[in-house]
Design a protein around this ligand. Structure first.
Ligand SMILES: *[C@@H]1O[C@H](CO)[C@@H](O)[C@H](O)[C@H]1NC(C)=O
Ligand SMILES: *[C@@H]1O[C@H](CO)[C@@H](O)[C@H](O)[C@H]1NC(C)=O
Ligand SMILES: *[C@@H]1O[C@H](CO)[C@@H](O)[C@H](O)[C@H]1NC(C)=O
Ligand SMILES: *[C@@H]1O[C@H](CO)[C@@H](O)[C@H](O)[C@H]1NC(C)=O
Ligand SMILES: *[C@@H]1O[C@H](CO)[C@@H](O)[C@H](O)[C@H]1NC(C)=O
Length: 492
């Protein structure tokens, strides 16, 4: 009796081993991600590695990107060479003791990150903080693209074609010109050049993407209606491409990626150290607002919001634009955000704000008033369930912001929920920073997630083409739902 049983057991055991082996390989076939964040266990782990099966020789399969390096330099490098004629749109450096006037040149150092902050004091970490001009996102992105690990010189092998144009810097030279022909000349030139290249023909440009440090609206001047911006994104060739920028429009081929902050870590432990630091801050202010009113904008809620902040003992208000206060200096901003539980993020000139990313970086829970300030914008970078990391006080009309409403809403939130939200905010930090282009992190930063997002988008278009369907359906459609308020308000 014993022998057959033992034999059976033996067989079963081997069968089990074989099954496990099989399952093991099945699992390996998926490009699964392990994502662990050791911030809360106090261990230094920040792993977000893609594990590939060893027998799939090409770990870059499906992720190859071709850079249009032959792009005429008038669309990128020449602009940098003429940086003295480009405006910074800010006075960040003058308050740092450098009297540079308003020109972009001093911001171009350190791969576009800007000058390193020499004496960060107690507010910032000792290293890896820079005076970064957000308009230079397109330059930083290009630097990072150059060291992307799956580049190819063979455009036929590429899953996506990156156009290294500095579209925002280019547009900024003529944005205020009355003559539309002058304003649009470079846009037309760029699209003409691209559509005549052999790379274009493969997918009519639907595998092409480019990046802008300005909002999408700056390239969406309609034939009728608003007179702002160039018409770049309405040119037929441009409509076949995807644009990544700090703020998406209502067209589906304008996609949003985070604004650059001033923190550009050069290794993973710097990120973990920063997370640990942010976690420990005492936060004496329940809420704060850093910004300026918009007296010229009738629909702006900022005036009322500032009144509410000033009327409360729990709120800290920093008035940007008042003498001696420079909100482009990260120390000014981070000092307050690090001491605040909630940071108010009302729309400004447009729906989005760089400040939202400063607040997340400081571990301050953002309070949004419009869905298009973050929720419907940064789909690749922020969790879909926005109650996990932020507070939403929908204000459709200025009148909807009732007296004392902000403070009342925030006071109602339980300590547990506050803590859980802050933990989520801190967990998000690695995904929202643009790591220093001169180094490579193990964790996926904002750049990696943007690249992954655009690759997936293009892969979906490719699938549509393979199925013999029309890739233009849905590609560049208008989608106003992005700017609509949800039907029912969320309950906390
Ligand atoms: C920063 O440097 C100062 C002195 O140079 C040191 O005392 C401090 O611990 C450092 N802080 C961090 C976070 O490394
Ligand atoms: C592409 O070609 C250039 C010039 O021939 C070379 O320097 C570069 O390393 C190549 N890049 C890749 C990813 O093969
Ligand atoms: C502009 O024209 C388009 C179509 O030509 C039309 O749908 C749209 O309503 C017009 N917008 C304005 C503001 O007149
Ligand atoms: C845009 O793509 C469509 C295919 O979806 C193609 O027919 C059209 O010619 C393309 N436009 C340009 C300017 O290449
Ligand atoms: C990361 O950078 C910091 C300086 O910012 C340095 O002290 C540390 O040794 C670096 N760690 C690793 C693992 O390279």
């Amino acid at each position: 009796m014993e022998k057959p049983l033992a034999g059976k057991y033996y067989k079963e055991k081997w069968f089990g081993v074989l099954v496990s082996f099989f399952l093991f390989f099945v699992l390996l076939c998926f490009d699964y991600s392990t994502s662990m964040l050791g911030v809360y266990s106090g261990v230094n782990l920040l792993v977000n590695k893609h594990v590939r099966p060893f027998y799939l020789k090409d770990s870059c399969f499906g992720r190859y990107i071709y850079i249009h390096d032959d792009l005429p330099t008038r669309f990128n490098y020449d602009l940098l060479a003429n940086c003295q004629s480009l405006s910074t749109g800010s006075k960040a450096l003058s308050d740092q003791g450098a009297n540079t006037g308003d020109n972009m040149c001093p911001h171009l150092v350190n791969s576009g990150l800007g000058p390193q902050i020499g004496k960060p004091g107690k507010v910032l970490a000792n290293k890896s903080w820079f005076i970064t001009n957000p308009y230079l996102l397109e330059v930083i992105f290009h630097y990072k693209m150059k060291t992307y690990k799956c580049l190819t010189n063979n455009s036929n092998l590429a899953s996506a074609i990156y156009v290294p144009s500095y579209t925002g810097l280019d547009a900024s030279r003529h944005l205020w010109d009355f003559d539309h022909n002058v304003r649009d000349a470079s846009a037309k030139d760029l699209v003409n050049w691209l559509t005549r290249r052999p790379e274009w023909k493969k997918m009519w440009g639907r595998d092409h993407f480019f990046v802008s440090g300005r909002t999408s609206w700056d390239f969406r001047r309609p034939d009728n209606g608003s007179d702002w911006g160039t018409n770049l994104r309405f040119l037929p060739g441009s409509m076949n491409m995807s644009m990544l920028s700090v703020e998406g429009s209502c067209w589906r081929n304008d996609l949003a990626i985070p604004y650059p902050t001033n923190f550009h870590p050069s290794n993973d432990s710097e990120v973990v150290q920063w997370q640990n630091r942010v976690k420990k801050y005492k936060r004496p202010h329940l809420f704060s607002f850093i910004g300026a009113p918009r007296p010229g904008m009738q629909k702006s809620i900022r005036g009322k919001l500032i009144n509410q902040c000033q009327a409360s003992n729990n709120c800290k208000f920093v008035h940007c634009g008042s003498p001696g206060i420079n909100c482009n200096d990260p120390v000014t901003v981070m000092r307050v955000f690090e001491k605040s539980v909630y940071c108010l993020q009302p729309p400004g000139d447009s729906h989005t704000r760089r400040s939202a990313f400063d607040s997340l970086l400081a571990g301050c829970i953002p309070v949004f008033f419009h869905p298009a300030t973050a929720y419907t914008q940064y789909l690749w970078h922020l969790p879909e369930k926005h109650t996990k990391y932020s507070v939403f006080i929908p204000v459709k009309e200025v009148e909807d912001l009732k007296e004392g409403m902000i403070e009342k809403t925030l006071l109602r939130i339980s300590k547990e929920r506050e803590l859980a939200m802050r933990e989520e905010v801190i967990r998000l930090i690695p995904k929202l920073v643009y790591a220093d282009p001169r180094s490579r992190l193990e964790s996926e930063d904002a750049f990696n997630l943007a690249v992954q997002g655009v690759l997936e988008r293009i892969e979906n278009v490719r699938k549509v083409i393979r199925e013999g369907k029309d890739p233009s359906v849905g590609f560049a459609d208008e989608d106003w739902t992005k700017f609509m308020f949800p039907e029912a308000p969320e309950e906390y």
